[in-house]
Write a protein that binds this ligand. Structure first.
Ligand SMILES: Nc1ncnc2c1ncn2[C@@H]1O[C@H](COP(=O)(O)OP(=O)(O)OP(=O)(O)O)[C@@H](O)[C@H]1O
Length: 151
């Protein structure tokens, strides 16, 4: 995760790639230009294979409602636009299929959106688990966040 300040629009919209691995010419310049181009279109998520890059938009985007939870439920990674729900979904279904604990590593500088992303992950995971709605487990887990974050 990182913070990228979008530049001014220059000319016609360029083609963008939702997976950096698909860039025909991969170097620092093309990578950053691709992320910037996507960010300008409010596409804050981009894959690098199975890794998700998130650029903090510092504003509300309407991409976390129940429609999106449903859309990413049991989908194949890479078939839809990159999303934090996609990562949660893959981990959830891998846990069910392999019967093994799964781990999602979130890394980024201070203020880059780790806590927010964790909340979205928990939201999606609890939404997938029917129990989450009924028992209020999402609020219980989110409530533990501030305690766990004390350093
Ligand atoms: N996906 C997002 N959509 C909208 N706003 C966001 C998103 N992610 C982060 N933000 C905004 O950025 C702010 C900082 O994010 P957050 O607290 O998650 O960062 P952090 O990486 O956990 O910081 P720290 O390491 O200092 O605890 C949030 O309060 C929120 O306003």
């Amino acid at each position: 995760m990182g913070t990228l300040v979008p530049g001014r629009s220059r000319g016609p919209q360029q083609k963008d790639y939702d997976d950096l691995c698909s860039l025909p010419d991969l170097n620092e310049k093309t990578l950053l230009e691709n992320l910037r181009n996507r960010f300008k279109q409010e596409k804050i998520y981009t894959y690098v294979g199975s890794i998700l890059i998130v650029i903090n938009p510092f504003k509300f985007l309407p991409i976390y409602n129940p429609k999106y939870v449903k859309m990413y439920d049991n989908h194949q990674l890479g078939k839809l636009e990159p999303h934090i729900y996609a990562v949660a979904d893959v981990a959830y279904h891998a846990m069910l299929q392999r019967r093994k604990n799964q781990c999602i590593v979130i890394s980024g500088e201070s203020g880059s959106g780790k806590t927010q992303s964790t909340n979205f992950l928990i939201h999606h995971l609890t939404a997938l688990s029917q129990k989450g709605f009924a028992s209020g487990v999402e609020q219980i887990i989110l409530g533990a966040g501030p305690v766990l974050e004390v350093r």
